[in-house]
Design a protein around this ligand. Structure first.
Ligand SMILES: [Zn+2]
Length: 209
């Protein structure tokens, strides 16, 4: 749910409040990476995405599945997920000398957090299981990166919508500007929902374990 945080030049909206996973660590990325991890690294290098991991343990598919169900993050609706990408978009405008907002200079920016499972398999783990996990994990990352793209590609629309409105209406006020921003955000948020509806949260893309 939207929640205005504070009004000190910056107007921030936290769109999704989610439950933090139990274990949070920085992501380790070795030099030998499968494709999906490479893409994730590229994205994190470029867009300052915070990647958080929660650790799961097990020696069978059923054990790992149970751990994912137990420890995975909750989405904005409170549903259990194996992974979750939370993005927020903040917008701001400078003020003129008479302390009137200068909407024509509005800027917006995004912040993104991705929560992923981490399984450190033990020596001697069944090769089939390792293969199944790798396929699943790669598909999971690729799906989450699509959510990332929604924020990265569209966050500027929020500021632009305000700038355009201010050009059309020189008497635009703060309340109206914030409403325009929230409406634009809702459109971007819809892309996330459509993706999850279309792919059943990635299942049709191989996010199955
Ligand atoms: Zn999704």
């Amino acid at each position: 749910m939207p929640r205005p945080l504070r009004l000190i030049g910056w107007f921030m909206l936290i769109l999704v409040l989610m439950q933090a996973p139990e274990v949070v660590t920085a992501i380790p990325l070795s030099s030998q990476l499968p494709t999906a991890s490479q893409q994730l690294k590229k994205a994190t290098d470029r867009h300052a995405i915070l990647v958080q991991e929660y650790k799961i343990e097990g020696n069978s598919r059923a054990e790992l599945r149970a751990q994912l169900d137990q420890l995975g993050p909750k989405d904005s609706l409170g549903a259990n997920r194996d992974a979750y990408t939370e993005w927020n978009i903040a917008w701001s405008w400078p003020f003129l000398a008479d302390s009137k907002p200068n909407f024509s200079q509005t800027q917006s920016r995004h912040s993104i957090t991705m929560i992923l499972p981490r399984w450190d398999s033990a020596n001697g783990t069944d090769r089939d299981l390792l293969g199944q996990w790798e396929n699943y994990y790669n598909a999971l990352i690729l799906h989450e990166l699509e959510h990332v793209e929604h924020a990265v590609r569209n966050h500027r629309d929020v500021a632009e919508a305000i700038r355009i409105a201010a050009k059309k209406n020189p008497r635009l006020n703060t309340k109206e500007a914030n409403k325009i921003a929230r409406d634009t955000l809702a459109k971007i948020r819809r892309l996330d929902r459509m993706l999850d509806e279309r792919t059943n949260h990635g299942k049709t893309q191989g996010v199955n374990f």
